[in-house]
Design a protein around this ligand. Structure first.
Ligand SMILES: Cc1cc2nc3c(=O)[nH]c(=O)nc-3n(C[C@H](O)[C@H](O)[C@H](O)COP(=O)(O)O)c2cc1C
Length: 177
């Protein structure tokens, strides 16, 4: 038997960028990460004096079904970092399509992040934002170092799914279906 299969054309070499090379490469790394389309969450918790804390987060992801675990990462530079490092509970508020303004407000430093936001008290008094797609009320299960972020793993104690359409984030812009 003769081997008559055509030889595949040699593919051109894949050229990538080392994200640590220089400032341009670092910007390109950020831009490339932004090509991953995500939902948008707000992580909420309570500070040491019982004050409400929160920040917009799109690093949220599922981790484990048994036990029920989720994860996200928090930049060490955020004002809320210490609170989320010290507290043992938090809530994931998965934003719905009409909640872009809350996503922007919760991503702004040095403002009253909860101004005008309709809140309900969740487990242990952790604030829950009304009209979200879904909620995960969590105890902190583990924390891991992750460069300029910490990874927080949450053990989900209570969850609720409202079936609303989600707010999306892609390439630096908020979107919806
Ligand atoms: C769409 C979007 C996603 C974000 N995701 C994260 C994230 O996963 N982790 C994080 O630490 N910051 C994230 N941020 C930035 C924080 O929301 C922002 O730095 C923080 O709210 C600043 O406020 P603070 O320093 O007062 O806490 C995100 C911002 C936006 C707009």
């Amino acid at each position: 038997m003769t081997d008559s299969a055509p030889t595949p054309a040699m593919a051109s070499e894949f050229s990538g960028v080392d994200p640590a090379a220089d400032e341009v490469a670092r910007r390109e790394f950020r831009k490339t990460l932004g090509q991953f389309a995500t939902g948008v969450t707000v992580m909420t918790g309570l500070g040491p004096s019982g004050e409400r804390v929160g920040l917009t987060v799109n690093s949220f992801n599922s981790l484990s079904l048994d036990p029920p675990l989720i994860l996200w990462s928090i930049a060490k530079t955020t004002a809320a970092f210490k609170c989320f490092q010290m507290s043992d509970a938090f809530a994931v508020n998965m934003l719905s399509a009409g909640q872009e303004s809350w996503a922007r407000q919760m991503a702004q430093s040095a403002t009253d992040k909860f101004q005008g936001v309709k809140i309900r008290g969740g487990r242990g008094g952790v604030p829950l934002i009304e009209d979200c797609v879904a909620y995960f009320e969590c105890d902190v299960w583990a924390r891991y170092p992750g460069g300029d972020h910490d990874i927080i793993v949450g053990l989900v104690r209570r969850t609720m799914n409202t079936g609303k359409a989600p707010l999306l984030f892609h390439d630096g812009a908020f979107r919806s279906f």
